[in-house]
Design a protein around this ligand. Structure first.
Ligand SMILES: Cc1ncc(C[n+]2csc(CCOP(=O)(O)OP(=O)(O)O)c2C)c(N)n1
Ligand SMILES: [Mg+2]
Length: 322
């Protein structure tokens, strides 16, 4: 095992987890007043993305985008300030949790409209191709987004034009409270659909950070060599409710046993135990990382809580009509 790589992946996952757990803890204080979709349990894919994309590559994401923003290098205090609606937030406090952007690291935005990341990311891939650049465009999407018509149009165009687009589908089995079984014919696979449209596709254990890294690295290299788009479907699971900080297994749309089975395969503990089995001396480095994350996260929340709200006039700035 590459111990340094495993430590970096673990660090990314622990940082994402800690940020989102602090959001969950403080959300009931009612100072974060936007809908917030947490991705606790789904940290392995973004951690691997942090390792394989370049800073000048593009990424676009969804309503569940905190982890993707952080993985691409988005500024943490600006993320938390945005969720608190503050002027120093990454969308100047106007967008909230579902509208994150950090152009300085190629994170081109998130959208609350399911499926919307797909055509925007394909367009960014087209721009890279037209400019003759070797940048790639990474499109994060959920399993629900494949039920939007724009999924088919965009994948077709990406395949037709051989665009440098990496589709990263985090299949957490649900669209809000609807399992795949009531949304798609049985036996149909998401990766299979992408392949049928003409985009080379594969599936991966989305809770195994090292496996995610291997598949994503290979896909990125393939795309960067000019071989066209790739689609990866990652099996994973969100722990908390669809929107908000609570757990919602009491609602009955998913079985407690299913939840517990996925928790038992959770990505952080899995990587940490493999890492320590390979190199017991990594323990102090893991502890140092956790302490650094703790300091960074608490400082980001202190910054966001102290920051100013936008001035009332700002409501009329950056709008498209008078
Ligand atoms: C066009 C559109 N239709 C419906 C919704 C309502 N909605 C918000 S999130 C969501 C579920 C999306 O599921 P998925 O893509 O699997 O992402 P996940 O929430 O599981 O991460 C839906 C239907 C929306 N925001 N936009
Ligand atoms: Mg889903």
């Amino acid at each position: 095992m590459n111990v340094d790589l495993a430590l970096r992946l673990l660090f990314q996952m622990q940082r994402i987890r800690r940020v989102e757990e602090e959001i969950a803890l403080r959300y009931p204080q009612n100072r974060m007043r936007c809908p917030t979709h947490l991705s606790t349990g789904q940290e392995a894919v973004p951690a691997a993305i942090a390792e394989v994309l370049r800073k000048d590559d593009f990424a676009v994401s969804t309503h569940r985008g905190h982890a993707h923003y952080l993985a691409k290098g988005g500024n943490l205090p600006a993320l938390i300030a945005e969720i608190y609606g503050k002027a120093s937030g990454c969308s100047r406090g106007k967008g909230g949790s579902m509208h994150l952007i950090d152009l300085s690291v190629g994170f081109m935005g998130t959208s609350a409209i399911v499926g919307n990341s797909i055509p925007i990311g394909v367009g960014l891939g087209l721009s890279a191709q037209l400019r003759g650049s070797d940048q790639i465009s990474c499109v994060f999407l959920g399993d629900g987004a494949i039920e939007e018509g724009v999924f088919y149009e965009s994948l077709n165009f990406a395949a037709l034009r051989c665009l440098p687009v990496l589709f990263v589908c985090e299949n957490n089995l649900y669209s809000v409270y609807s399992p795949l079984a009531v949304r798609q014919p049985s036996q149909r696979s998401i990766a299979g659909m992408a392949a049928a449209i003409g985009v080379a596709a594969a599936t991966c254990d989305g809770n195994d950070a090292l496996a995610c890294y291997d598949q994503l690295r290979e896909a990125v290299a393939h795309i960067r060599r000019g071989n066209g788009p790739r689609f990866l479907e990652f099996a994973t699971y969100r722990w908390r409710e669809h929107c908000g900080p609570a757990f919602d297994n009491d609602l009955g749309y998913r079985a407690e046993a299913e939840f517990l089975a996925w928790q038992a395969r959770e990505p952080l503990a899995r990587l940490e135990s493999r890492l320590l089995a390979a190199d017991g001396s990594a323990a102090p480095r893991i502890a140092q990382n956790l302490a650094a994350i703790e300091r960074e996260v608490l400082a980001a929340f202190a910054y966001a809580e102290d920051a100013a709200f936008p001035a009332p006039e700002a409501a009329f700035q950056g709008v498209y009509c008078e």
